[in-house]
Write a protein that binds this ligand. Sequence first.
Ligand SMILES: [Zn+2]
Length: 341
Amino acid sequence: MIGISGQTNVLSSRFGRGAADGLGKDLGSFVVATMEVPWGLVKERLGADPTQVLMVENMQLETIERQLESVGEVDTVLGVGGGQAIDLAKYIAWKRQLPLVTLPTVLSVDAFVTPAAGIRRGHRVDYVGESSPNPLVIDYDVLRTAPPELNIAGVGDLLSIHTACFDWELAHMAGASEYPFSQRDVDAARQILSAVMSQAVAIRECTDEGLQAIVDGYMRVNTICLPAGHYRVEEGSEHYLFYELEERLQRPFIHGWIVGLGVHLLSRLQGNQHEEAVAFMEEVGLPHQPSDLEIRKEDLRASLLALNDYIRSRSDLWYTVLNEREINQAWVDDALGTLSF
Ligand SMILES: [Zn+2]
């Protein structure tokens, strides 16, 4: 956090090895939102017991509202775990107007720094509310209890800057940008990505510096995206492939991994430093192959061939390379030939 100025959405920070130790003593009475595995990892470290523990059941709004009803009088909401546990904590803190403390146990998604909570209404994810961690607790020892490839997954939503900024530039050149184009924001986002890329070995090994590089990357992205009011610099066509695949296959994916697959394919379609992006994913150890994601060749082929029509059918998606380059059979054959199934 030192050296990051601007709107990070992190009100205070407690970073370091052992940062979670004794944390519970500073929270007054508190409710924890978590899941079984992460809770088992940290409860002994906190030094004080919560008045209530809420386990994530699912992220459907009805379920979360029911859990919210059960929360008694407390001083603080503590979120412990990955994206869903943190999102449940954010939702409760927002609804009850209580201080939020977040202790991520894995860096696979950026929920621990974003203001809104991701919840489900039916099949679609919706982002609601506003909350900021005070403090955000990053304990490198706790994070290292997670499988390394899940922490490394955290670079997916930073690497997406590579394709998303290119998409925004295309939109601007086509006179089709949904937001006022900002070269300054694009340049700043690319600087964040190059800082992350320069830490590839540390991230691969999940050293203190490597884990911190991911956290810093997310907070820096906030300093661009929160004032702008949109995430155009880090979300584009690479995410749209994921949306299509998720609707097609009706199952969840590890977010950073599938975004990595999107960066692989869409940087190729963009003609945008494809080899460099792939080389970085190899170096940092980000799983992104269809074989890692258990996606069959025929499903990916069908998804890619449907992708141009899919984005045209969704008026909520931004203008990207998919609006101006048609994916055809020959392109798909070439692209699939570079992947492993
Ligand atoms: Zn994402």
